[in-house]
Design a protein around this ligand. Sequence first.
Ligand SMILES: *[C@@H]1O[C@H](CO)[C@@H](O)[C@H](O)[C@H]1NC(C)=O
Ligand SMILES: *[C@@H]1O[C@H](CO)[C@@H](O)[C@H](O)[C@H]1NC(C)=O
Length: 858
Amino acid sequence: MKHQMANRNLCFFLILLLGLNQSSVFCWKKDEFRNCNQTPFCKRARALKPGSCSLVADNVAISDGELTAKLISKKQDNQEDESQIKPLILTLSVYQDGIMRLKIDEDPSLDPPKKRFEVADVIVSEFPSKKLWLQRLSTETLGGDASPSSIAYLSEGYEAIIRHEPFEVYVRDRAGNRVVSFNSHGLFDFEQLRQKKEGDDWEERFRGHTDTRPYGPQSISFDVTFYEADFVYGIPEHATNLALKPSRGPGVEESEPYRLFNLDVFEYIHDSPFGIYGSVPFMISHGKSRGTSGFFWLNAAEMQIDVLGSGWDAESGISLPSSQSRIDTFWMSEAGIVDAFFFVGPGPKDAIRQYTSVTGTQAMPQLFSIAYHQCRWNYRDEEDVVNVDSKFDEHDIPYDVLWLDIEHTDGKRYFTWDRVLFPHPEEMQNKLAAKGRHMVTIVDPHIKRDESFQLHKEATQKGYYVKDAGGNDYDGWCWPGSSSYPDTLNPEIRSWWAEKFSFQNYVGSTPSLYIWNDMNEPSVFNGPELTMPRDALHYGGVEHRELHNAYGYYFHMATSDGLVKRGNGKDRPFVLSRALFSGTQRHGAVWTGDNTADWDHLRVSVPMILTLGLTGMSFSGADVGGFFGNPEPELLVRWYQVGAYYPFFRGHAHHDTKRREPWLFGERNTELIRDAIHVRYALLPYFYTLFREANTSGVPVMRPLWMEFPFEEATFGNDEAFMVGNSLLVQGIYTERAKHASVYLPGKQSWYDLITGTAYKGGMSHKIEVSEESIPAFQRAGTIVPRKDRFRRSSTQMANDPYVLVIALNSSQAAEGELYIDDGKSFEFQQGAYIHRPFCVLGRETCIVKPSIISSSR
Ligand SMILES: *[C@@H]1O[C@H](CO)[C@@H](O)[C@H](O)[C@H]1NC(C)=O
Ligand SMILES: *[C@@H]1O[C@H](CO)[C@@H](O)[C@H](O)[C@H]1NC(C)=O
């Protein structure tokens, strides 16, 4: 949710002026935010010319099972030159399953003014044990080169290579074909930290804010090339296509680079490379001939990434193997080090498994949290809550969770209740719980600076707030007015924060209450770009600029730990977060923030959620109905129909919108929304099984078509349709009064319409008639989908209902599927308390399942 009521007036004003009802474009306050040209490191990096890197790899050797080298500058002439790069330390290591890691940092023996920040707590603890100890290094001069290259084993089919001069790192397969490469265009640049001298003026100003930049400019940039790639995907979070359009190059309409900088963007527009609430610096490439590869840069500072159109380097004189098609990209970051991971794929699911073996897989959610959530800013008081709750029953619409936004608190002091509006919070929650329902309340990171607020007093006394550049508690403006922010980078502060969720500390909370973290980018209304100043200080002297994109991640982690602790580690947590970073999937769910009630935002929600899924974050959704504005009933219905397939399914609306609970739009629309929500409840067993798959393998619940059909080019750019698991294909309807939809059904097998059972041939497009009743959705022949078809008030009340298996036979009269069941709540599944039952039908006979695959249930 968001601030700035003043903006609304601007919107209305412009609507009148321009006579348009598509208001959102005019409300994005573009000037509040920097573009690349206003961002010194980005501007400098974009001006670099290919081949400008003058580093060579020296002293290449093996030590401690890793390859090490020094990067030294070839320019020997002017030792005093400030721009001269002091030697850098490179280490390259390899891990099981086709993962190569490259680190480049300053040389500690040369006494840099400070240690550059390395993001902690993102790489999972098991990962280091997967390191393969390099033993041998061969040095050869490879085709056409003047200087030698060092070659190390990476995996069965791949090798890691460092070319010494010019310096370049790449992965190639045994046949000699390149897969991913680093610095092939010589754009690597590393600005080292400096000690301030008399007369140095490093201050940087933007819209009245000054950044002191105490260590001078400290950016890093480099190029990364993906070979045999038709498209690149990933690097959320942006409101844009699934396949990333080039941002620079001949014949390309030059745009801003894709920005990764967590920001609270008021009314974000639906097609833009602009950075919004989250950042995952992981890119994935895919092509028909080779498959998939990936590149991940673990760095939490502001990042900007260009996707380069072919021919952008025409004048550079650099030649790469011309037999291989490729996509070049250019990565720039303001701070941190190079800590980069290369993934060889070669299948889409392989690349995601490899990435999630570094950053973790999706936490297994509680079953209730994958059902329908009802939210609004705000359900006013207890009576409102009771009314909304009972209306769901009256209209026979199931739902599982009712949400309370910021107004439920006592003056935006989180962990408190407005006792006039909510005098009996426990009783209110218990009433919901009696129907198997849950409640979620909001807890944001801005803490009201109010001497009578215990939380603030404690945080102040203990010195637990983020500090400003001068070393005082940072004081910014947010919902409560003057606010400070807990420094959750510090593990001690995280554990203090986690304690606040105990039933004793959070007065009025009960075991059926869960949490929502909003505004954790962090949002600061009076800060530069509406966030915290880059020179604010964290634990260990870390500057905010180095950590920014991970601030919300740490806050989310601490909150999620709190919910585990309060139940003595028994129940799985549920915490929804707006800000996100690599690894967020281990801590809970995310959503795409403050979208708008228009068709374009409905449309873009699909690629946004698909992209999050590609980067390991399965548990995501978009506000159904659109947060800002009032959806026409038709749009709202279509949104429920698509939203029923989002992994996270929640209706939500802004304070100033009209009420829009499902029964407020006449009987017919109530019926249509009820049907849409019923689809989700029927499919809960299937979704839950898919969440377990995401939990064990990283493969997302909602998938792009090409993930299941990686050799079908027709699917590569398709982001209007999506797969739910490997069995269902869903096509959203994104226009008003649609009568038909063109739907591409991939593969050789038939597809069955979920409602009518009509069969359609695969491998072609179909013009399908569309009614208001549903959106096109199909089950693939050869699959078995588990369902529960009895409708109850909530998912919890369906626990003992019978399962239905929907079997769609393929042309050899066979089908396969699976069902995962556990208690839906606790961690006991990790001790084997679950049933994971594969099903198959083979040539009209049910096949025998090996008992070994079935784990014991309690
Ligand atoms: C699955 O989710 C649980 C949390 O619910 C987590 O502890 C675990 O690491 C995840 N991954 C696997 C492979 O179980
Ligand atoms: C039909 O499905 C079965 C089970 O998944 C599979 O083994 C078989 O290859 C499929 N047949 C065809 C023709 O795709």
